[in-house]
Ligand binder design. Structure first.
Ligand SMILES: [Zn+2]
Length: 320
């Protein structure tokens, strides 16, 4: 299970990643965490990343990919991983594919978590957290009501909004997602990896949909979805098709053998004709030699300038 969760900010990728970690026992690889850890440990890639960040630049894709690659060499990724926060654009997706191919751990599924923009804005712009215990709330959720204070802490501190979560920033982040990341939907559909789920529902329902989507064939790879309501045939179907395909190949092979006989006869006839014609090619070469001789004559007679290219000259001699 080597999974990428695709979705706009606020679609719940982080929450669902954690659910998958618990369910399947595979690690979540967060590029943000990898960066922070590498910088902290002072690894070569971490130093490179720190240099970029300190000079106000974006950390190069190759550095991030290097970190993911290092992470994949750890034994806990043997059964799979969930990639979080990467890739965010087509260039990164291509580079990731190439790198995963090199290490022999290609992606097995990409799940698009679809949530409409109004809901996304509500989710992000409505997010508030407790400065004391870190519990995340949403001002639009029913449980919180109008009291914007933490219910977990005895001193009931006032909830705060992350500067990144204000409405203006959210609209910008959603636009960046549409421009940069959304093209990955078509990219992964083309690769036969995409599954789409409705991530508008509550967290548990989304988890159910996600787990179910992972056991389904990718979009565009199979049209057996209606039949696949019964679980077992899904796995039994491919071998049957293989057998059917083999039969087809077998019947196809039978036809060419008949044809081969025909072509053998034909070629025998052709050989006879060719044998009769054996004198013909000789004539042709003689003719060519004659043309060549004419050309030589032409070049010596017509005092053409050296700057002229040869080709047009030859054409003109042919016309004569
Ligand atoms: Zn609290």
């Amino acid at each position: 299970m080597r999974i990428v969760l695709l979705g706009a900010p606020g679609s719940g990728k982080g929450t669902q990643s954690q659910r998958l970690v618990q369910r399947f026992g595979i690690p979540q690889i967060s590029t943000g965490d990898l960066l922070r850890s590498a910088v902290k440990r002072g690894t070569p890639l971490g130093i490179a990343a720190k240099d970029a960040m300190q000079s106000g630049k974006l950390v190069d894709d190759s550095i991030v990919l290097g970190m993911i690659r290092e992470r994949l060499s750890q034994s806990d990724t043997a059964t799979g991983f969930i990639l979080d926060g990467f890739p965010r654009n087509l260039a990164q997706a291509n580079a990731l594919d190439a790198m995963l191919g090199e290490v022999g751990q290609p992606l097995t599924a990409v799940v698009l978590m679809e949530v409409d923009n109004v809901e996304l804005t509500r989710r992000i712009a409505g997010r508030r957290s407790c400065p004391n215990c870190g519990t995340v709330y949403n001002i639009y959720s029913m449980t919180l009501g109008s009291d914007l204070r933490c219910t977990n802490c005895a001193e009931r501190p006032a909830l705060v909004q992350r500067p990144d979560d204000n409405e203006e920033t959210v609209i910008h982040r959603l636009r960046v997602y549409d421009e940069q990341t959304r093209p990955l939907v078509a990219y992964y559909r083309g690769k036969g990896l995409l599954r789409t789920i409705d991530a508008q529902a509550d967290v548990d329902a989304v988890t159910t949909a996600l787990v179910s989507a992972l056991s389904q064939p990718a979009e565009g790879t199979a049209r057996r979805k209606r039949v696949s309501g019964k679980a077992p045939p899904k796995r039994k179907a491919p071998p049957k098709r293989k057998v059917a395909a083999k039969r087809k190949v077998a019947t196809k092979r039978k036809v060419p053998t008949k044809r081969k006989v025909a072509t053998k006869r034909q070629s025998a006839a052709k050989r006879k004709v060719a044998a009769k014609r054996k004198t013909a090619p000789a004539r042709k070469t003689v003719a060519r030699r004659k043309v060549g001789a004419r050309r030589k004559l032409a070049t010596s007679r017509g005092k053409r300038s050296a700057s002229r290219s040869r080709r047009p000259a030859r054409k003109s001699t042919r016309r004569r």
